[in-house]
Design a protein around this ligand. Structure first.
Ligand code: SF4
Length: 113
């Protein structure tokens, strides 16, 4: 069932998504997937990086039932962290980091890239 979402719904759904922009949900990024959920085009169980916690949050927001992660889109794995030795780093673009679904953490700043 595709319906026109109420104003602000896409942003509220998008805020619950991990923002890795990995496209594993089958959409071009988190916001397009949020729009598809809001319109009824997509299920709430297509985001492997978000896993069961995100599915539960989406279910609470949308009123849809909690479902298992759809294995067509992948499996839930523990979050990964890449520790960067800045003295040896040759540079890895934030896009490549997002594609690998990892958090980039600098030892010096303890902040993401
Ligand atoms: S699978 Fe999840 S984290 Fe990856 S683009 Fe889709 S909504 Fe974003």
């Amino acid at each position: 069932m595709n319906t026109e979402p109420a104003p602000g719904v896409v942003a509220r759904i998008d805020a619950l998504l991990p923002q890795t922009q990995c496209t594993r949900c089958g959409y071009a990024g988190c916001k397009p997937y949020a729009a598809a959920i809001a319109s009824g085009e997509a299920g709430i169980n297509q985001c492997p990086p978000g896993g069961s916690a995100t599915i539960a949050a989406l279910a609470a927001l949308t009123g849809r039932p909690v479902q298992a992660l759809n294995p067509v889109h992948g499996v839930e794995t523990p979050p990964r962290v890449a520790w960067i030795d800045e003295s040896r780093c040759i540079g890895l673009s934030p896009r490549r980091i997002r594609r690998r679904s990892i958090a980039c953490v600098s030892k010096r700043t303890l902040r993401g890239c």
